[in-house]
Design a binder for this molecule. Structure first.
Ligand SMILES: [Fe+2]
Length: 230
């Protein structure tokens, strides 16, 4: 069995999440020689293994975070009526959004307490470190989404501190936060969906208006809520 098929059978993700991966990569699960059909598969399998290692460091064990985030981002893009290419670009950006952490010290990624300022600056580099690792297997549009996924609507994010206009960046930033809030991390316990959406809604309101800052697009928060409650 190929390394890729073995990876996707880790059972950390739902059937829908695994099926979406195959669909985006343009391969049939039953095909025996998927590496021949899509020559990028061995490299993608290696990157997915790295994602699993990163999840294990950050969450205690591989949890399926990246495939879940990619699937939910795809659903959001489809709900917004984006075309097939845009959906694919967003999916692949989401699939590799944290892969740059492969180049960051495991000690920092698995640190249980709060990070020092210096450690946080190191973690922040993952958005640009990812580019060199994945540029051979994803389109440039996906690279922009990876670079921007920690930018926020009020310009308070990183690495550029700009207000995102790219819909893929806005979707991935929100979905990544949602999944981090609802799953087990070394630095937090999972929140319920209700509490998570209450917090995400506060994160669409500027501080001067009593919120936690204008971080996410309120329309997207509404769509995400609808999707996860379906
Ligand atoms: Fe990230």
């Amino acid at each position: 069995m190929s390394k890729f098929k073995k990876f996707t059978q880790l059972k950390k993700n739902s059937k829908e999440e695994v099926d979406a991966l195959y669909e985006i990569l343009g391969i049939d699960k039953k095909d025996k020689n998927i590496e021949k059909i899509n020559p990028d598969i061995p490299r993608i399998a290696e990157l997915l293994e790295w994602n699993a290692e990163i999840e294990a460091l950050e969450e205690g064990k591989a949890s399926g975070h990246t495939l879940r985030v990619a699937y939910l981002s795809k659903k959001m893009a489809e709900e917004l009526g984006l075309d097939d290419d845009e959906v694919k670009n967003i999916y692949l950006g989401a699939l590799f959004h944290d892969t740059g952490k492969h180049l960051i010290s495991p000690k920092i990624l698995s640190k249980p307490g709060p990070l020092t300022d210096e450690e946080y600056e190191i973690v922040k580099t993952h958005v640009t470190l990812a580019i060199d690792l994945v540029e051979d297997v994803v389109p440039v549009e996906s690279l922009a989404i990876i670079r921007g996924h920690h930018e926020r609507m009020d310009g308070s994010g990183y690495p550029d501190g700009i207000v995102p206009t790219n819909i893929g960046i806005k979707i991935l930033g929100l979905v990544d936060s949602y999944d981090a809030m609802t799953s087990n991390r070394v630095y937090n316990i999972p929140k319920s969906k209700d509490v998570t959406f209450q917090e995400l809604e506060w994160c669409t309101v500027p501080r001067e208006k009593g919120g936690m800052g204008y971080l996410y697009d309120p329309k997207l928060v509404e769509i995400l809520k609808k999707i996860v409650e379906e």
